[in-house]
Design a protein around this ligand. Structure first.
Ligand SMILES: *Cc1c(COP(=O)(O)O)cnc(C)c1O
Length: 436
């Protein structure tokens, strides 16, 4: 190991606290965290000079590849003007243009207002607060409740977390945030008293953190109809599905659904800078006009950060310049064929769940029974895949494969071969790897 790698690891283990990580294992002297130092296209390299395909787009954020010269140049150009100015009481060109571009993806007079914030959680937080305040200002203060879907994920701030349905993350915080009713599907909605409900939130087309689980086709359109009948507002959390992952720019476009609130983050800047947007309609926005107390008293210091806006504009531009949506269908089919060949060759693969360029590969025992959770097979397989040049993370025993949209067919083959080799090595069946 190089001296600088050793130094970074020691200082990390002494001072850093990582998200969703068992720090005891992370800091174990036998655990050697990868120190990632560079990225180029779909590839990352570590401080020891090893290269890996970025198999989960750096936790679902990267779109056009790392260090893309067009996005880098746009950030640099903005940086030379100013890194940050306040959006509170002022405006700036990059935010104006970005807001206009985002609205232009939707039919006229639908989503036409953009509220910027910092990450997926704040994009959701903002939609929730707008939904509650809207009701108090339109004479329906009793409509304060939210509906969310079981096993869904909407972020980690307290409000967003209270709508989350993943017990192992959120159970201990129950009662500290919003009250939400969790349902499993459309049929359960009809039993609810919609007169008390402000809004329903969903990850459209596919639930990410719920081991990459797609909804049945037509589900989203059905939910929109229920919302129209009951007056419950529809919040779409496209933090994961937005910006091409599902094969269209936004997942809701597959079922021609326009929500009342659309939450965007992860891929907004192409995976370069933290930035989020909550889009909404004129009907909602108009309820915040008039009296001083009607204003939306919410915001963050770095709201509409100019560097983030410049990166987002460049990323949107790249979809056109690189004709991303022309090459994507072929790559999606290449991924589908590759995954089905992998499943045929690997008895431990129980199910492949794919939605566009997003895939979950669920591992189970050959008899179809789940591995016991303590074995942490998913983690062991991902750890083994590193040795074959692939980085990704599992969700329980489901391996996530969703590389940047720029990934080529040959690079997809590399990722699939690495996964195959990792699974074939039967890692972790009897070991307990330190993995974070
Ligand atoms: C990641 C994610 C979030 C939270 O976004 P952060 O940027 O991590 O706060 C919310 N919703 C969904 C669907 C996500 O995948």
């Amino acid at each position: 190991m190089r001296d600088d790698t050793r130094r970074w690891i020691q200082a990390d283990q002494a001072h850093c606290w990582h998200p969703f990580t068992r720090q005891g294992e992370w800091c174990d002297p036998d655990h050697e965290p990868l120190v990632l130092t560079r990225g180029e296209g779909a590839w990352l390299s570590d401080s020891e000079g090893r290269r890996y395909l970025d198999g989960n787009s750096s936790i679902w954020t990267n779109i056009h590849g790392h260090a893309h010269p067009v996005i880098t140049a746009a950030i640099r150009e903005q940086l030379e003007k100013t890194a940050h100015v306040s959006f509170l009481g002022f405006t700036h060109p990059a935010a104006v243009e970005l807001a206009e571009k985002l609205c232009a993806f939707f039919p006229p007079h639908t989503l036409e207002r953009v509220f910027f914030s910092d990450d997926g959680s704040t994009a959701v937080e903002c939609a929730l607060k707008m939904a509650v305040q809207y009701r108090t200002q339109t004479g329906e203060p009793e409509r304060r409740g939210f509906v969310a879907f079981a096993d869904g994920y909407h972020g980690d701030t307290l409000g967003a977390a209270s709508l989350g349905g993943v017990g192992r993350f959120f159970e201990r915080f129950k009662g500290h945030g919003y009250t939400a009713t969790h349902v499993r599907g459309l049929d359960e909605l009809h039993a609810l008293d919609s007169g008390n409900l402000a809004a329903v939130i969903i990850e459209p087309l596919i639930q990410g953190v719920n081991e990459m689980r797609p909804w049945p086709p037509g589900m989203l359109a059905g939910l929109r109809s229920w919302c129209d009948e009951t007056g419950v507002q529809l919040i779409l959390d496209e933090v994961m599905t937005g910006f091409g992952r599902t094969g269209k720019m936004f997942a809701c476009q597959h079922e021609n659904v326009t929500p009342d609130f659309l939450c965007l983050a992860k891929g907004l800047t192409g995976g370069t800078l933290p930035m989020a947007a909550t889009l909404t309609t004129a009907a909602i926005y108009n309820a915040f006009l008039g009296a001083a107390e009607n204003a939306f008293y919410y915001g963050h210091s770095y709201t509409a950060n100019p560097l983030g806006c410049a990166a987002a504009l460049a990323s949107l531009d790249l979809f056109e310049r690189e004709k991303t949506f022309e090459s994507l269908p072929v790559k999606i089919e290449h991924l589908r064929a590759g995954l089905s060949a992998l499943k045929a060759a690997q008895p431990l693969i129980h199910e492949i769940r794919q939605c566009g360029f997003i895939a979950g590969i669920e591992l189970r025992r050959p008899d179809g029974v789940k591995f016991s959770p303590e074995k942490r097979i998913g983690e062991a397989v991902c750890l083994a895949a590193r040795a074959h040049g692939l980085l990704t993370r599992p969700i329980l025993d489901t391996i996530v494969l969703m590389p940047p949209l720029c990934t080529t067919a040959a690079e997809l083959d590399h990722a699939l071969a690495a996964l195959g080799a990792a699974i074939s090595s039967n890692p972790g069946i009897d070991t307990r790897p330190p993995f974070a």
